[in-house]
Design a protein around this ligand. Structure first.
Ligand code: F6P
Length: 343
């Protein structure tokens, strides 16, 4: 019986378990054996696996996180790890691998298809929604809904106390969570990495709003947003195994500047990993399920080096390298629409 492996890498997100369940159910139906590789690429480096069958995936559809565990291990970083990945792929007796992840995990998958492991299919995951070639990644919808609910909650307390509240959301160098949660939550200013922050402009929008009688404001800022003014640049930040900076801190810096320049009491709320936790929305469960089934169909058809993707209402497949070629950033039409509601 042919054997398929599946791993989940990078930051976890709601929808990973629906993908795992779908891959396992479809693979078993099609007569494959399936094994889970623990903790992303780390499990392939260390030959760490988890047997997967119908029982193992029973009841996981509504659960957040990933039953396989995850890590940000990059097998191209440490000398010798790439060889271990190749050796363990053989030892595990795999005919193919499903790699579920974002830019980094799929970037490794794409390289591996040229470095000796061609039989890989990718599934696009990330709350950041920043992968090219797919309209949506699963995980984004849940994070967006969590952020929207938090903004709703911040509204009631900001209004009662006549304060400005800055909500810092995730999304790395793309402002998708900020722009969509900001629109859905009725934020008064939305700041995204795609547009450098003009602090004078932000303060004048808030002042204009208060001049028309409002005594509170909600500002949503993406963690990757940066000040236009170089004097306000944040301190050096730590790097992960893929060389990405660990973001965070812009909310605090922004709140300080707003309070200083407007004189209005300003607080900050960093939503952080709350956005990545918990049960996936119906949208993410369905998208993850469709992606998982399609991934096994691709493997069966020996269409390797591909990534499943959503385009319009259809699940299609695209070259893995297309997904990681460039970051998908916020569409300026959407930003201009959001601006109609600023102030
Ligand atoms: O890529 C998903 C993400 O949640 C980003 O939005 C965020 O910058 C990063 O991961 C946080 O990573 P970690 O969980 O390693 O702190």
């Amino acid at each position: 019986m042919e054997r398929i492996g599946i791993l989940t890498g990078g930051g976890d997100c709601p929808g990973l378990n629906p993908v795992i369940r779908a891959v396992v159910r479809k693979a078993l139906l099609d007569g494959y054996e399936i094994v889970g590789i623990k903790n992303g690429w780390k499990g392939l480096v260390e030959n760490d696996t988890l047997p997967l069958d119908m029982d193992a995936v029973s009841g996981i559809l509504p659960k957040g996180g990933t039953i396989l565990g995850t890590s940000r291990t990059n097998p191209y970083k440490k000398e010798g790890d790439l060889q271990k990945v190749k050796d363990n792929f053989k030892k595990m007796n795999l005919c193919a691998l499903v790699a579920v992840g974002g830019e980094d995990t799929l970037g490794v998958a794409s390289k591996l298809t040229k470095d000796g492991i061609p039989n890989i299919v990718g599934v696009p995951k990330t709350i950041d929604n920043d992968l090219s070639a797919t309209d949506y990644t699963f995980g984004f919808d849940t994070a967006l809904n969590v952020a929207m609910e938090c903004i709703d909650r911040l509204h009631t307390t900001a209004e009662s106390h006549h304060r400005i509240i800055v909500a810092e959301v995730m999304g790395r160098h793309a402002g998708w969570i900020a722009i969509e949660a900001g629109i859905a939550g009725g934020a008064d200013v939305i700041l995204i990495p795609e547009i450098p922050i003009d602090i004078e402009e932000v303060c004048s929008v808030i002042k204009r709003r208060h001049e028309r009688g409002k005594t509170f404001s909600i500002v949503v800022v993406a963690e990757g947003a940066q000040f236009k003014d170089s004097d306000l640049i944040l301190q050096e930040q730590k790097l992960d195994a893929f060389g990405h900076v660990r973001l965070g801190g812009i909310g605090e810096a922004l709140a300080n500047e707003i309070e200083k320049k407007t004189g209005y009491e300003t607080r900050v709320s960093v939503l952080g990993h709350i956005q990545r936790g918990g049960s996936p929305t119906a949208f993410d469960r369905v998208l993850g399920t469709r992606f998982g089934v399609k991934a096994v169909e691709l493997l069966k058809a020996k269409k390797f080096g591909r990534m499943v993707a959503l385009q319009g209402v259809k699940i299609i497949d695209v070259p893995l390298e297309d997904a990681v070629k460039e970051l998908k950033t916020v569409d300026m039409d959407l930003y201009n629409l959001a601006k109609v509601f600023f102030g």
